[in-house]
Structures are given as structure tokens and as C-alpha cells.
Design a protein around this ligand. Structure first.
Ligand code: SAM
Length: 225
């Protein structure tokens, strides 16, 4: 496990700004974000609220890291600090996302902790996923809302982020679908999709042609040597 418990400890000892997280998220964050620590990474978090998570990410990612917050609530601008910029607007606004991408063309991490409405989660993903670093990670949290009517959710209801992600799972495996699923930019850009309780993480990495060569000894003997 690539977690040293930093985030867990930070959360429990937080005497700073308000921070609200499910406890089981911390190991998941560390599993996907640890490789960006102390590398001057750029992270975009949708959903600023009390500003506590932006401060936590800044501490976690280390010196030189840059944090971008997006929130619909103008009061969140107050959570700007050295290395932390907050943009005000809706997470599904293409003009806002274009403005952010123009200012920060090398985003390594996106964490969607915004409205948790289905159409917003999908809109942000479509606006950002292919515009972030080729080795970046895109994570959507609080996906339990995919099962809740008031967020546009419902079990196996078309249009939820969960059903959308199931479609992406097919795209990830498109090469093996015998033509049933087209190979897409998502297929070519995605190394892994990881599903957890309430979180899906997409690790990006450019993909080459699929190969399955056979290897064995030059002179296989009876004992394989
Ligand atoms: C769950 S809180 C974020 C919590 C914060 N990330 C933390 O860990 O402490 C969700 C935030 O999303 C914001 N929000 C709601 N609808 C939004 C939208 N359409 N676009 C951007 N932000 C939105 C809310 O104002 C709220 O501050």
C-alpha cells in the first residue's frame, strides 16, 4: 500500500479550516496521489466549501504544488492563499473550464467533490478528462449519490455517473470487443479505472498497440530449463 497515513493524520489533527471527508477515502487518495508528492504538481479540486481540503492538499503535495479550487459559491474566493487559486462558477461551465485550462495547462490531478449531481459530474469529466496531463489522475468522489434520486441517481438509471463509468469500462476493453465497441480517445489515454465504495479513479497513461507474445526457454528441456 502506498499510504503513509499522512492524510488520515492530517484530518484527525486538523485545527485549521473546515474539512469534511469519509474516513475510508484517505487510503484511496494516497494510492492514486502519492506519486505526485513533492513534484510541484498541479491539482484541481471541484468543491471548495470551507477551504479545508485545499489546505490539506497543499500540505500533502508539498512545496511548489499548485492548487486550483472551483466553487459556485463566491464566498469561497476567501480561501485563496499562496499557491491556491479559487475560480468561481459552475463545474459544468465550458467557458470557466477553458479559462482554468488556459491558466493551468498541466493539471496532474482532478478531484470532483462538487455538486455531486449526475449531469455535473459527467459534464466536468467531459470538459477536463482529455485536457489534463497524459499521466494524470481524475477522481470522482461521493458516488453514492448515483443511487440517490435527489441527485439524479437511481440503481442502473441511465445518465448516472455510475452507468456512464460502466460504458467507459467497455471502452477501456474496446480492443477485445470484436468491433462491438469502438476504440476511442478514452481507450488510448487510459491505463486503469479503479472502483471503490463511492469513488472511481481514472489513471491516465498513453496506451500502445495491445500485444500478447509468448516467451519460453530457447531450448526447452523436460524440466523446462
Ligand atoms: C462537498 S462540498 C466540498 C467539500 C470540500 N472539498 C472538502 O473536502 O471540505 C461541495 C461544494 O461544491 C459546491 N458546488 C455546488 N454546486 C456546484 C457547482 N455546480 N459547481 C461548482 N461547485 C459547486 C458547493 O458550494 C460546496 O462548497
Amino acid at each position: 500500500m502506498d499510504s503513509d497515513g499522512f492524510l488520515h493524520r492530517y484530518f484527525l489533527n486538523n485545527g485549521h479550516k473546515r474539512l469534511h471527508k469519509w474516513m475510508h477515502y484517505f487510503d484511496i487518495y494516497e494510492r492514486h496521489f502519492a506519486r505526485f508528492r513533492n513534484r510541484q504538481a498541479t491539482m484541481l479540486e471541484i468543491g471548495v466549501f470551507g477551504g479545508g481540503s485545499l489546505a490539506m492538499w497543499k500540505d500533502y503535495l508539498g512545496p511548489g504544488s499548485r492548487l486550483i479550487g472551483v466553487d459556485i459559491n463566491p464566498d469561497c474566493k476567501a480561501h485563496e492563499a499562496d499557491g491556491i487559486e479559487v475560480f468561481i462558477g459552475s463545474q459544468d461551465d465550458p467557458a470557466l473550464m477553458s479559462r482554468i485550462l488556459a491558466a493551468y495547462p498541466d493539471i496532474d490531478i482532478v478531484l470532483d467533490d462538487g455538486s455531486h449531481m449526475m449531469h455535473h459530474q459527467i459534464a466536468s469529466f467531459e470538459l477536463l478528462y482529455h485536457r489534463i496531463s497524459a499521466h494524470g489522475v481524475y477522481m470522482v468522489e461521493d458516488l453514492h449519490t448515483c443511487y440517490w434520486n435527489e441527485y439524479g441517481g437511481g440503481l442502473r438509471r441511465p445518465g448516472t455517473f455510475m452507468e456512464y463509468a460502466k460504458g467507459l469500462l467497455d471502452e477501456l476493453n474496446a480492443v477485445h470487443s470484436r468491433g462491438a465497441v469502438a476504440v476511442t480517445p478514452f481507450t488510448a489515454a487510459t491505463f486503469a479505472m479503479s472502483a471503490y465504495d463511492s469513488i472511481i479513479a481514472f489513471d491516465r497513461r498513453p496506451q500502445g498497440t495491445r500485444q500478447a507474445p509468448i516467451t519460453e526457454s530457447l531450448r526447452p528441456g523436460p524440466d523446462g530449463i
